[in-house]
Design a protein around this ligand. Structure first.
Ligand code: ADP
Length: 609
């Protein structure tokens, strides 16, 4: 953001307020009515204290004149005293009403705003691509935006309104004091401004320091997570990582601490010195008012009023300094939120619902892909053709590009060069919703939903999530039905450890649930298993794959596996190495080739002997 880095002092000073507008816009769109009520009550609460002080002055004068007068004049003065009491009471009633109304609005807005911002964050998350989630910096923005969504924006709005209230109060007080002496107003303004500017400057500086440090803080948060979460704790204990990680945590803190301490010290020093300047001016004016009263230039009532105004003014200055001081944290949050929300996501433009040649299946033509920020391609010039009814197995070492190929086929990524066709139509021409409906895929790192068993399987096809017979059928094919029947509430058993009475499954059982989910997607034309079977024994894997192949005659099935007992069953096999197809053909052909496939196959076969 250029104005944050700006060297122009005025802009730097104003940068403290750059997100107030954004915050008010969000609040306004949450509830215009509440925002208006809040603004009006803020205005009222800003103007009334000075008015009350001035009525107080008139009251003192009326009391003094009641002392001095006799007869009808004294009677009139007594009536005036009563009158001012009622007026002041009336004003106080209105002011406390406005303050209370303001608090009530804030409470309601806090709840509405928390929900609104969370929904905005989640809606944006739905439009993001996989690449965004893999981009550490952007993902971090999402996490941070969520963390304080319910408190920060309202806090900034409250501070902005408080500041406005204090400024209105100061202007009103200024108008009253002006009648005493324009010089006094000028003096107080000149003496108060430096403290204000310093506060805004330090607030802006703290904002910039914190933003610069986001990588270090992210590492700290990560270390906290590893040390305190269930999935990290096993290794932390057994590998005795606790000390090491804690030391790293403390080291980061030490680095950060130095800079923070310097800022706090400078802030404290200047805050004190400039505050003294303002107080000196205040007490100078205080004495001045006293002497003016002694000289008879003003009445005792006026003196009382001016002194009350001074005190109010002093309070308003202190309050507004505190508000500016705390704003940088809210700004940090909003800068993060706006960057997250305003990040441009490329639109999915395809709108075709069928391809010209349904019998053509899948076709890769010279497809290459390089991950953002990487300098070697994960896939290089891959061409392949799979017809409906065929099964394809992909073999290759870790990192050879197998998953990347699936991610491109499912349009989680777009090829850097080359084209992928489905039914003769390029993937990017397809309506993404229709395309995704045609594909069922289970990845190695499939999700373990903290839902009941039936839903865990049923969500494979959301339309049939309630269809118990279909779910049970899918579970049979995925070989999950045997252990599901033994669970306390069968298909209604809650899974995972998050919720009450949840049953945790073994790794292999979870895989069978995930596989059943793939079988649930029976309307899909392409079914893909990306190594979700590692924890399942070889025989069960082979059986599951044979179910997979039998699904129907004109579907395409793709499997990634390290087990040749499964791979050999596929009609077509490709061997990937460094993102390129090294060999391809059927099991028999590849063995006859005596290449990499044959070597790996024999190696594994020997292991079983
Ligand atoms: P495989 O599935 O064959 O084990 P992948 O397709 O996952 O391999 O990975 C291919 C290559 O791409 C690897 O070198 C890996 O480091 C890299 N890679 C995978 N995912 C990402 C990613 N999200 N960002 C950057 N590089 C990645």
């Amino acid at each position: 953001m250029d104005n944050q880095e700006s060297t122009n002092p005025a802009r730097k000073f104003l940068s403290v307020f750059q997100y107030s507008k954004v915050a008010i816009e969000i609040v306004w769109s949450t509830s215009a009515a509440l925002t208006i009520v809040m603004a009006i009550s803020t205005l009222v609460a800003g103007v009334l204290p000075a008015a009350i002080a001035s009525v107080g002055g008139l009251f003192v004068d009326a009391v003094a004149s009641a002392f001095q007068q006799t007869g009808a004049a004294a009677e009139q003065a007594r009536n005036d005293v009563l009158f001012y009491v009622f007026i002041e009471l009336g004003l106080v009633v209105v002011m406390t009403g406005a303050q209370r109304l303001n608090t009530v609005c804030q409470s309601i807005l806090r709840v509405l705003l928390g929900n609104k911002i969370n929904v905005m964050i989640l809606e944006k998350a739905l439009t993001l691509e996989l690449a965004h989630f893999e981009d550490a910096e952007y993902y971090d923005k999402l996490v941070r935006a969520r963390r304080e969504a319910s408190s920060r924006p309202l806090s900034l709005v409250i501070k902005t309104f408080d500041l406005l209230r204090d400024i209105i109060a100061l202007i009103t007080i200024g108008i009253f004091l002006f009648q005493f002496s324009p010089w006094a107003v000028g003096l107080l303004a000149v003496a108060g401004v430096p403290a204000f500017i310093a506060e805004a400057k330090f607030s802006g500086e703290a904002f910039r320091i914190h933003r610069r440090r986001s990588a270090e803080r992210r590492m700290q948060i990560y270390l906290e997570m590893v040390l305190t979460r269930e999935d990290g704790v096993k290794e932390v204990k057994l590998l005795q990582l606790g000390k090491l990680f804690l030391q790293r945590y403390v080291d980061i803190f030490r680095n950060i601490y130095k800079e923070d301490r310097n800022l706090v010290l400078r802030r404290g020093f200047w805050g004190y010195v400039l505050g003294l300047l303002a107080s000196a001016a205040f007490y100078f004016a205080y004495g001045w008012v006293g002497f003016a009263a002694i000289a008879g230039a003003i009445t005792i009532g006026q003196m009382t009023m001016y002194i009350a105004q001074f005190r109010l003014g002093q309070n308003a200055v202190t309050n507004s300094l505190t508000a500016v001081n705390g704003m940088y944290e809210d700004n940090l949050y909003l800068s993060n939120l706006t960057e997250y929300l305003e990040h441009k996501v490329p639109e999915q433009t395809g709108n075709q619902e069928i391809g010209p040649d349904p019998d053509d299946g899948i076709r890769f033509e010279g497809v290459s892909f390089t991950y953002p920020g990487s300098n070697s391609p994960a896939l290089n010039n891959v061409s392949l053709h799979i017809k409906p009814g065929e099964s394809l197995a992909i073999v290759g070492e870790n990192g050879s590009g197998k998953t990347t190929l699936i991610k491109l086929l499912t349009r989680l990524y777009t090829p850097v060069s080359g084209k992928i066709f489905l039914e003769g139509l390029e993937l990017k021409e397809w309506d993404i919703e229709i395309l995704r409906r045609k594909i069922g895929v289970i990845f190695q790192d499939f999700a373990r939903y903290q839902l009941i068993v039936g839903e865990n399987i049923g969500i494979g096809d959301v339309e049939d999530i309630e269809e118990e017979p279909l779910i049970e059928e899918a579970a049979r094919k995925g070989m999950a039905d045997v252990f599901v029947k033994d669970l306390p509430r069968s298909y209604k058993t809650q899974l995972g450890t998050w919720f009450k009475d949840g049953k945790e499954l073994s790794g292999g059982q979870w895989q069978k649930i995930a596989l059943s989910r793939a079988f649930m997607r029976s309307k899909a034309d392409i079914l893909i298993l990306d190594e979700p079977t590692a924890a399942i024994d070889a025989r069960a894997e082979a059986e599951i794959f044979s179910h997979f192949r039998d699904l129907t005659a004109n579907k395409i099935s793709i499997i990634i596996s390290h087990r040749f007992s499964t791979v050999r069953m596929a009609d077509h096999i490709i061997v990937l190495e460094h993102g390129e197809i090294q060999e391809e053909g059927s099991h028999i052909e590849l063995l006859a080739n005596e290449g990499q496939y044959a070597t790996l196959f024999n190696l594994q076969a020997q292991g079983y002997q």
